[in-house]
Design a protein around this ligand. Sequence first.
Ligand code: SF4
Length: 71
Amino acid sequence: AQALKKLPASNPQAIALKYVEDASKTTEAAHKPGSICGNCQFFTAATGACTLFAGFSVNTKGWCSAWAKKA
Ligand code: SF4
Protein backbone atom coordinates (compact mmCIF):
# COMPACT_ATOMS: atom_id res chain seq x y z
CA ALA A 1 0.00 0.00 0.00
CA GLN A 2 1.16 3.53 -0.70
CA ALA A 3 2.07 5.71 2.25
CA LEU A 4 -0.33 8.54 2.76
CA LYS A 5 0.76 12.14 2.87
CA LYS A 6 -0.31 14.22 5.80
CA LEU A 7 -3.23 16.42 4.80
CA PRO A 8 -1.90 19.98 4.37
CA ALA A 9 -3.81 22.76 6.09
CA SER A 10 -3.74 24.57 2.73
CA ASN A 11 -5.69 21.81 0.96
CA PRO A 12 -8.79 23.48 -0.54
CA GLN A 13 -11.13 20.76 0.68
CA ALA A 14 -9.56 20.84 4.13
CA ILE A 15 -10.27 24.56 4.23
CA ALA A 16 -13.81 24.06 2.93
CA LEU A 17 -14.51 21.46 5.62
CA LYS A 18 -12.80 23.49 8.37
CA TYR A 19 -10.30 20.72 9.04
CA VAL A 20 -8.02 21.20 12.06
CA GLU A 21 -5.21 18.94 13.25
CA ASP A 22 -6.24 19.47 16.84
CA ALA A 23 -9.97 19.23 17.47
CA SER A 24 -9.58 21.12 20.75
CA LYS A 25 -8.46 24.18 18.76
CA THR A 26 -11.51 24.56 16.54
CA THR A 27 -13.90 27.41 17.13
CA GLU A 28 -16.55 25.96 14.83
CA ALA A 29 -20.01 25.85 16.40
CA ALA A 30 -20.62 22.55 14.55
CA HIS A 31 -17.95 20.81 16.62
CA LYS A 32 -19.53 18.44 19.11
CA PRO A 33 -17.50 17.98 22.29
CA GLY A 34 -15.40 14.83 22.07
CA SER A 35 -15.70 14.44 18.30
CA ILE A 36 -12.33 13.69 16.66
CA CYS A 37 -11.19 11.91 13.51
CA GLY A 38 -10.45 8.91 15.72
CA ASN A 39 -14.15 8.35 16.39
CA CYS A 40 -15.43 9.38 12.96
CA GLN A 41 -16.94 6.84 10.59
CA PHE A 42 -14.77 8.08 7.71
CA PHE A 43 -11.50 7.38 9.53
CA THR A 44 -9.29 4.28 9.19
CA ALA A 45 -7.17 4.01 12.31
CA ALA A 46 -4.52 1.71 10.80
CA THR A 47 -3.47 4.19 8.13
CA GLY A 48 -4.91 7.53 9.23
CA ALA A 49 -6.88 7.58 5.99
CA CYS A 50 -10.10 9.55 5.67
CA THR A 51 -12.64 8.62 3.01
CA LEU A 52 -13.15 12.29 2.22
CA PHE A 53 -9.48 13.07 1.62
CA ALA A 54 -8.19 10.47 -0.83
CA GLY A 55 -4.42 10.01 -0.74
CA PHE A 56 -3.96 11.85 2.54
CA SER A 57 -3.85 10.96 6.19
CA VAL A 58 -5.55 12.99 8.88
CA ASN A 59 -4.72 13.32 12.54
CA THR A 60 -6.44 10.98 15.01
CA LYS A 61 -7.10 14.00 17.22
CA GLY A 62 -8.14 16.18 14.27
CA TRP A 63 -11.64 17.15 13.23
CA CYS A 64 -13.61 18.55 10.31
CA SER A 65 -17.19 19.63 9.74
CA ALA A 66 -18.03 16.35 7.95
CA TRP A 67 -17.50 14.39 11.17
CA ALA A 68 -20.01 11.60 11.70
CA LYS A 69 -20.04 9.23 14.65
CA LYS A 70 -18.50 5.84 13.98
CA ALA A 71 -21.19 3.18 14.22
FE1 SF4 B 1 -11.63 13.58 10.36
FE2 SF4 B 1 -13.99 12.50 9.87
FE3 SF4 B 1 -13.41 14.91 8.93
FE4 SF4 B 1 -12.26 12.78 7.91
S1 SF4 B 1 -14.45 13.26 7.81
S2 SF4 B 1 -11.24 14.69 8.46
S3 SF4 B 1 -12.00 11.47 9.69
S4 SF4 B 1 -13.61 14.32 11.10
